[in-house]
Design a protein around this ligand. Structure first.
Ligand SMILES: C[C@@](CO)(OP(=O)(O)O)[C@H](O)COP(=O)(O)OP(=O)(O)OC[C@H]1O[C@@H](n2ccc(N)nc2=O)[C@H](O)[C@@H]1O
Ligand SMILES: Nc1ncnc2c1ncn2[C@@H]1O[C@H](COP(=O)(O)OP(=O)(O)O)[C@@H](O)[C@H]1O
Length: 305
């Protein structure tokens, strides 16, 4: 389906967590993190046009899995912005062209929240500054601020307190979405269950990982990636072990679960190696699909016209 005419369109990337260090549960139910985000070139496009009421439409392979009601993060973003700035006619048609796997650990819902916020700000001329937009993003969800800024960043707190990171060059990735998603709160609960009775250290980004990003060396990055949620995701979805193994056997430098999963992420030496890993994963039958993408990618971006 073509983009609805006469609107404002924003393109927003997915993310992979190259390190996800998870602390002990906090009294508010969240976990303190050292969350090293890398935005990657798989995108949702959010188009907003004036309408009498709030209306959501979605296209794309996973469209049927996306809520069309007020729980959609894009709808919540529009409502929060309108309430904060006293927008007189906040009716809006939000169209989501969805390419990011749903409930896949790649922050697709967060991308749509950040995208709708930026698009509505432009449509309504609210003139919210970067700080105000980031503040609304943090209210929408822990990962939403990163979807707005993109690139690479260290997320502290519950992931919403961002420090941009230097990255040299591009890293070549393969992403293997699974059939069916995993619930983020359920994966954090499983992580707590698996670690019950053990001392959980304060989460810290490792110097080796940050150095690997700065030098742009995929072999160094592969040696440093880690995800504390991976054992929990594999515990809830044991078939992920076969997907990870298939990517490693195909020559990936590193294989890890993306965030809370179930999408598996594979780091490759270069573009040609990524294509080979993707082909082998597709042929292995251990995942729904396999797609190459590069990171870092730019954050939420207004598209011309
Ligand atoms: C795991 C991560 C890694 O980047 O991403 P996904 O894999 O979901 O994409 C994030 O921490 C997901 O962030 P996000 O999806 O924005 O979570 P939120 O809406 O803020 O929170 C949903 C639920 O996840 C749990 N949660 C989230 C963040 C955090 N630091 N600690 C938590 O325990 C809580 O149970 C919370 O109620
Ligand atoms: N715009 C949206 N796109 C996808 N899912 C959304 C959206 N808004 C709310 N959700 C809800 O958020 C859940 C998590 O979706 P998503 O952000 O894609 O995954 P993850 O948190 O694993 O990165 C979905 O199962 C869905 O119920």
């Amino acid at each position: 389906m073509a983009r609805p005419a006469g609107g404002v369109t924003v393109r927003v990337p997915a993310k992979v967590n190259v390190q996800l260090a998870v602390g002990a549960p906090r009294p508010d139910g969240f976990h303190d993190l050292a969350n090293v985000f890398l935005a990657v070139g798989l995108y949702d496009e959010i188009t907003v046009t004036p309408s009498d009421t709030l209306r959501i439409t979605v296209t794309g392979p996973d469209a049927h899995l996306v809520p069309r009601d007020g729980t959609n993060l894009a709808a919540r973003a529009a409502e929060l912005l309108a309430a904060r700035y006293g927008v007189k006619d906040p009716g809006v048609h939000i169209h989501i062209a969805k390419d990011i796997p749903v409930a896949g650990g790649m922050a697709g819902g967060s991308a749509d929240g950040a995208g709708a916020l930026l698009a509505c700000d432009a449509l309504w001329g609210t003139g919210a500054g970067r700080t105000e937009l980031l503040d609304i993003c943090a209210e929408l969800g822990s990962d939403v601020p990163f979807s707005l800024v993109g690139g690479a960043a260290l997320g502290r707190g519950r992931g919403e307190i961002l420090t941009p990171l230097d990255v040299r060059g591009v890293f070549h990735w393969v992403f293997a979405p699974a059939d069916g998603g995993l619930s983020t709160p359920a994966v954090y609960r499983e992580c707590d269950r698996l670690r019950a009775g053990t001392a959980v250290p304060e989460p810290e980004a490792t110097p080796q990982l940050l150095a690997a990003l700065r030098t742009g060396d995929p072999v160094s990055l592969a040696a440093a990636v880690s995800n504390d949620l991976q054992p929990a995701a594999v515990s809830l979805r044991p078939s992920l072990a076969a997907t990870l193994e298939a990517g490693t056997a195909a020559g990936a430098l590193a294989a890890l679960v993306s965030g809370s999963g179930p999408t598996c992420a594979f780091l490759a030496e270069d573009a040609a190696a990524a294509e080979r890993v993707a082909a082998a994963l597709t042929a292995s039958g251990t995942c729904r699909a396999a797609r190459v993408a590069q990171g870092p990618a730019a954050g939420a971006t207004l598209l011309p016209g």
